[in-house]
Design a protein around this ligand. Structure first.
Ligand code: NAI
Ligand SMILES: N[C@@H](CC=O)C(=O)O
Ligand code: NA
Length: 433
């Protein structure tokens, strides 16, 4: 059989990892696939010192790869929205299959890209885009295909999880850990995508679409980052038997779908609470299978390359039998349903609240009275003296589940109290049932 001829665009962390894996494990890959995968061409702005590309055609122009008649499959690893979109659409237009690790591209332009690919009879694969090396796209689209999926939730940003883990375990500074994540090649080109939850929202958008069979709706996802999570919150949560993780949660409800990314308190007994460092974990619950869990490295050159190369192999198999390829979002053409995404104030959850209050008699009664008047039950209270000279205490409360709109008005009332100083910190809780 003729080799599959691959063109790689972008030779950074993931591009370099992909090239090295394709060459380093070439024999293992050939034995599994029954044919060779050959790197036909590389487009890069600069050489990658970790890669020996001698003897391979190179160009500085990524569009050369998309148009080259000797390339069967284009691997897009440049990142970003606009140029990547143009590159992928050009490749499709030239009849090439595409593999990408670019979740931003898929979450925002995926509907258009998949339509163009279907019209041209080619496939676009993106396993590396969600939870790096964990084959979670394959698990949901294929392994769980018999299920009606109700929940997908997990840690889907390695950089953010690395930061929160290092802050909690070693007391390290946020900025210092982020700089290390960047040096290790985990972070996005713009790291605010990691710390503000945009990257996780891209991934959650994709997960929700393949889990529930709905078009990609990134603009409807609720996104909150980890930059406001303090060392105190990590410590108090732990004292109360919880961990704070940056979670993406997509849940089917009777009136629509929840699609939200935010810091979340999880009981420390849950598996996800114990996923640390750059590792990711995704829980998927289906009606037949029940809860399932997928764990592995969410970022980094080799783990991400593992998913890119598996996608190349999958698409290579479909060259012979195009009709057997799994649909891009896992549902047959015309079968996606436009499920409404619920506004975050319609979502119900329990809360962790932290506020600064005067350390005087009767203050606790005033504060709990406000919550009780708003119909919010308290599950646990912790009081920590922080500034004895000024008689200010941190009051930490865990509440029962309430609708977010109800909690918003209670927080406004709390912030209006004379005994409360500054803003109330609120972190949602989830038991991941
Ligand atoms: N780093 C990671 O752990 C993971 C990254 N990804 C995704 O993989 C993609 C690539 O990410 P990284 O490899 O980390 O980024 P990177 O910044 O290390 O590599 C991107 C490379 O593409 C090159 N490039 C960009 N635009 C170009 C153009 N117009 N022409 C030629 N070369 C161009 C850059 O010079 C750079 O070498 C992104 O979409 C990212 O979100 C996905 C999963 C994990
Ligand atoms: N920046 C991302 C890379 C993988 O998707 C992350 O940290 O998870
Ligand atoms: Na993956």
């Amino acid at each position: 059989m003729k080799p599959i001829r691959v063109g790689i665009c972008g030779l950074g962390t993931v591009g370099g990892g992909t090239f090295n894996l394709l060459t380093g494990n070439a024999e293992e890959i050939r034995r599994r696939l029954g044919r060779e995968i050959r790197v036909e061409m590389i487009a890069a702005r600069r050489t990658n010192p970790a890669c020996d590309t001698s003897g391979i055609r190179t160009t500085a122009d990524i569009f050369d790869v998309a148009r080259d008649p000797e390339v069967d499959l284009v691997v897009e690893l440049i990142g970003g929205y606009d140029t990547a979109r143009e590159l992928v659409l050009t490749a499709i237009d030239h009849g090439k299959h595409v593999v990408t690790a670019n979740k931003a591209l898929i979450a925002v332009h995926g509907n258009e890209i998949f339509e163009a690919a279907a019209a041209k009879g080619v496939n676009v694969a993106y396993e590396a885009g969600v939870a790096g090396g964990i084959p979670v796209i394959k698990a949901i689209r294929e392994g769980l295909a018999a299920n009606r999926i109700n929940t997908v939730a997990g840690i889907i940003n390695g950089t953010g999880n690395f930061i929160l883990s290092e802050m909690r375990e070693k007391g390290r500074d946020f900025a210092d850990v982020l700089a290390e994540a960047q040096a290790l090649g985990y972070a996005e080109a713009d790291p605010t995508f990691d710390v503000e939850g945009i990257d996780a929202a891209h991934k959650l958008t994709i997960l929700a679409s393949i889990a529930f069979g709905m078009p990609l709706q990134f603009d409807k996802a609720y996104t909150e980052g980890i930059s406001e999570v303090t060392p105190e919150d990590l410590k108090y949560a732990q004292e109360l038997g919880y961990r704070i993780k940056h979670l993406g949660i997509a849940r089917r409800r009777t009136n629509g779908v929840e699609l939200r990314v935010h810091p979340t308190l999880i009981p420390e007994s849950r598996l996800i609470a114990n996923v640390n460092g750059v590792m990711n974990a995704v829980m998927v619950a289906g009606d037949a299978v029940g809860p399932t869990m997928y764990y592995g490295a969410g970022a980094g050159a080799a783990p991400t390359a593992s998913a890119v190369v598996a996608d190349i192999m999958d698409l290579a198999r479909s060259f012979e039998h195009p009709a057997c390829a799994v649909a891009a979002l896992g549902y047959a053409p015309g079968e996606l349903q436009p499920l409404p995404v619920l506004a975050v104030d319609q979502v119900e959850s329990a809360y962790y609240l932290r506020l600064d209050a005067s350390d005087k008699p009767g203050v606790m009664t005033t504060i709990t009275g406000v919550l009780s008047q708003a119909g919010i039950n308290i599950e646990a209270i912790l009081q920590k003296e922080v500034r004895s000279d000024e008689q200010v205490a941190h009051i930490i409360m865990l509440t029962h589940s309430v609708q977010e709109s109800q909690m918003n008005s209670a927080i406004t009332s709390l912030e209006g109290l004379e005994v409360v100083t500054g803003k109330v910190t609120r972190i949602r809780m989830d038991h991941l049932n």
